[in-house]
Structures are given as structure tokens and as C-alpha cells.
Design a protein around this ligand. Structure first.
Ligand code: NAD
Length: 245
């Protein structure tokens, strides 16, 4: 039970990788805060996390791109549970389109969720975590290899790796470890709604598609004391997809 005395915030926890991670933390004894844009889905996800074994849960309506929402989420967490030990910056979105057609608003929306959300939560965690802790940023293999028509997403996920390095450096004196996961193709709505995947522009072999639980296991490892000497790392979890030329 690696998280039995811990309080964990997972963003984007109402579905996909976030929900699988929230369940994994619950299974291992953590009290889990599910922060998601959709409070109704968040509530039913929180019930699933309790069923998975979490001693307690809290569902918070939170748009990670809004500073005030992030501050309120951390405030509600600490006022309910008295502490904060782990933050998983998982909420993310993709907007597709060739660069010449992308609007500034679309580019900024992707950055505000996929990068700024992680910055707001990291800043808040650095201010409020008292006894050390861990932050896991969910990036993507698009941070290192990409396909056409996802420029904003690829750039935001690459910048998230940079934020991970800087946060790890600044977190070290506070005893807060910060690491990143780079998932490959994972069986969630985000993968199957991807127009590049639908059109065949991005080819994915069946054996290259992982389960949300595969990513959750790696996130839980980085968040746990098993990874106490892992700091500022970018862990690729893609079933070996990028290894093949
Ligand atoms: N599925 C994949 O193949 C894949 C691959 C690489 C990386 N990722 C990354 O993993 C993370 C989770 O992806 P997923 O596949 O589970 O996605 P998903 O679309 O299935 O779930 C994303 C969740 O985030 C929530 N969300 C979206 N915007 C939000 C916001 N502004 N504030 C709070 N919550 C918000 C949604 O409501 C949803 O519950 C994302 O950061 C994504 O970029 C996914």
C-alpha cells in the first residue's frame, strides 16, 4: 500500500488515463482528489475510485487552464484532507489542423490546458506541499516524434518536458520530485477521436496500443517512494513503438 497515508490530486480524472490512475492510487490506499472539467463525470468517477479501494475521494470541478480553479482545487484538498502529497498533471487536449489554418485562439487553448495547467498546479504544489512530495506530468511521445496537423499539441507536450526539468531542479531543495511520462498510443477516446488515426495518416499497429492501466502503473511508480532516486526523468511508456525504425 504505497499511498496509504497520502493525498493525491489527479487532473482530467473523469476518464481515460486519469481515471485509471485515480483508481490505481485508490487501490494502493491513497485518498484521491479527482479534478476535471466535467463535474458530473467526475462524481461518478469518484464512486469508481472508492469501489477500487480508496479510503476517501473528492471530486472538484476544475478547468486546469484557470488559475483560480487550480487554487480552489488545492485549497479544497487541503481543507478536506489536511495535506497534499502527489499531483498528477494529466488533463490534456488536442486540436488538429495544418499550421496555416490554426487560429491563435486554438494554439493558446492547447497551451493553456496542456502546459499552463501543469504550471499552475506545480506552482501551487510548491507553495502548499509541506513534507515533500511528487509531481508527475503526463506528456506524450509527440514531444519527441510527431505527425502533421498537431503542432500546438506537440509543442506544448515538449515544453512540458522542459517544465519538468526546471521543476525537478527547483523542487529538489523542497524534497519534491518531478518527473514526466510520455505515453504512446493508449486505448482512450483521445486516441480514437484523433483524425490522423481515423484517416490512417498516423498508422498504429494493434500491438502498439496500450491500456490506460499500463500508463497508470508507470505514473504510480514515479509518484511512489519506489522512485525516490528518480528525478527530472522523462519515461517513455509506449510498448516500444518509438524504438522501431
Ligand atoms: N490516449 C493517448 O493515446 C495518449 C497518448 C499520449 C499522451 N496522452 C495524454 O494523456 C493525458 C490523458 O489523455 P486521455 O487519453 O486519457 O484523454 P481523454 O480525452 O480520454 O481524457 C481527458 C480528461 O481530461 C479532462 N479535461 C480536458 N480538458 C480539461 C481541463 N481544461 N481541465 C480539467 N480537465 C480537463 C476531460 O474531461 C477528460 O476527463 C492527456 O494529457 C494526453 O495528452 C494520451
Amino acid at each position: 500500500m504505497r499511498f496509504s497515508d497520502k493525498v493525491v490530486i489527479v487532473t482530467g480524472a473523469a476518464g481515460g488515463i486519469g481515471l485509471a490512475s485515480a483508481k490505481r492510487f485508490g487501490l494502493e490506499g491513497g485518498r484521491v482528489v479527482l479534478a476535471d472539467l466535467h463535474p458530473d463525470k467526475g462524481q461518478s468517477a469518484a464512486l469508481e475510485v472508492k469501489k477500487a479501494g480508496a479510503p476517501d475521494t473528492l471530486s472538484v470541478a476544475c478547468d486546469v487552464s484557470k488559475e483560480a480553479d487550480v487554487q480552489r482545487c488545492v485549497e479544497e484538498t487541503i481543507s478536506k484532507f489536511g495535506r497534499l502529497d502527489v499531483v498528477v498533471n494529466n488533463a490534456g487536449l488536442m486540436i488538429f489542423g495544418p499550421i496555416e489554418e490554426l487560429t491563435t485562439a486554438q494554439w493558446l487553448r492547447v497551451f493553456s490546458v496542456d502546459l499552463m495547467g501543469a504550471f499552475y498546479f506545480t506552482r501551487e504544489a510548491f507553495r502548499r506541499m509541506k513534507n515533500g512530495g511528487a509531481i508527475v506530468n503526463v506528456s506524450s511521445i509527440h514531444a519527441v516524434e510527431t505527425s502533421p496537423s498537431v503542432a500546438a499539441y506537440a509543442a506544448a507536450k515538449a515544453a512540458l518536458l522542459s517544465l519538468t526539468r526546471s521543476s525537478a531542479l527547483e523542487g529538489k531543495p523542497k524534497n519534491i520530485r518531478v518527473n514526466a511520462i510520455l505515453p504512446g498510443a493508449v486505448d482512450t477516446p483521445m486516441l480514437w477521436n484523433n483524425p490522423n488515426v481515423k484517416s490512417g495518416l498516423e498508422q498504429i499497429q494493434r500491438t502498439d496500443v496500450g491500456k490506460p492501466e499500463d500508463i497508470a502503473a508507470a505514473i504510480a511508480f514515479l509518484a511512489s517512494d519506489d522512485a525516490k532516486f528518480v528525478e527530472g526523468a522523462s519515461l517513455r511508456v509506449d510498448g516500444g513503438r518509438l524504438a522501431q525504425l
